[in-house]
Design a protein around this ligand. Structure first.
Ligand code: ZN
Length: 300
């Protein structure tokens, strides 16, 4: 609807329009009825085709301008998010086209043995020059929920989320311990509570947060950043890549993005202030305990 007025406006409006359209579609796509069928009607290949026709319809001159903008822009942000977060970072942060890149997997995880994510992060740092890597979890994450219910299934999904299952079983964070205990087998419930938790359960929310922290920690210790920081620390600060990593969680119910206060950066560089509100529980995170040598330029 708004797009039909495109010819009257400049390229900036085109960008906003495209983003809003994408947002509307992604928001609608996040809502489905109990059969799983999309309520937006955007559920056929025909819908994809028509969407592309609308995109092409904005006019070649403006489309070329968008392409040029994408080619010429340098993305400052890389998001390491979850496959099943239906609202993309572009929607959540209303980012201009071409300004961010994303890598997704179930439960927004990082491991040096995952070549795909490792390659994407290395590429983002070395080739694209991103400045911030943001691990973006989301409350109500189905991947984390599955790690809680942990069905006895032998498949790639369970294999992939096994680190989250381990985190759930071993973490000592108070909210999760309480939540875990409440779901244990007991009289009247001999198999324990196997139902999917509600997105607003404190224990579930805490596990989503702890899982993001785990990913941030793994990036610090295992990714190319560990080597790059060490190299910078051994030479001059200028030799180090100036890339910062942050842990955020998105709350679909409110639109809020919360900061887990676990950001780190190259030794000797102050961490840029993060304007998002920090969750209360994140204050319990002891940076030095989790990241020995944090920001001190030694023994990383
Ligand atoms: Zn998820």
């Amino acid at each position: 609807m708004v797009c039909s007025l495109l010819d009257m406006f400049n390229i900036r409006f085109l960008l906003v329009c495209l983003i809003l359209s994408a947002n509307a579609l992604s928001f609608a796509a996040a809502h489905s009825d109990s059969t799983g069928k999309s309520l937006s009607g955007f559920d056929t290949l025909e819908a994809l085709y028509k969407g592309n026709e609308r995109f092409k319809g904005v006019g070649s001159r403006k489309r070329e301008a968008v392409s040029r903008l994408v080619e010429e822009s340098t993305p400052s942000f890389m998001f390491l998010g979850c496959t099943d977060n239906r609202l993309t970072p572009a929607s959540i942060f209303q980012s201009p086209i071409g300004s961010i890149i994303s890598q997704n997997n179930i439960g927004n995880q990082y491991s040096k043995t995952d070549v795909s994510t490792d390659a994407a992060i290395t590429y983002a740092i070395q080739e694209l020059g991103v400045q911030h890597i943001i691990v973006l979890g989301h409350y109500g994450c189905p991947g984390v929920s599955k790690a809680i219910t942990a069905p006895r299934e032998d498949n790639p999904v369970m294999k992939w989320i096994s680190p989250i299952v381990r985190l759930y079983k071993t973490t000592r964070r108070r909210e999760i311990v309480k939540f875990r205990d409440s779901r244990m087998p007991h009289r009247g419930l001999p198999d324990g509570n196997k139902s999917a938790p509600s997105a607003d359960e404190a224990g579930f929310r805490s596990l989503v947060e702890e899982n993001v922290k785990r990913t941030v920690k793994a990036l610090k210790e295992e990714s190319i950043l560990a080597k790059e920081y060490q190299r910078g620390a051994k030479t001059t600060p200028k030799e180090s890549v100036e890339v910062y990593v942050h842990g955020f969680v998105f709350d679909e119910a409110t639109g809020n993005v919360v900061n887990l206060n676990v950001s780190f950066g190259p030794p000797g560089f102050p961490i840029p202030s993060v304007p998002f509100g920090a969750v209360a529980a994140a204050k319990n995170f002891h940076r030095e305990k989790h990241f020995p040598g944090f920001n001190k330029g030694k023994n990383l």
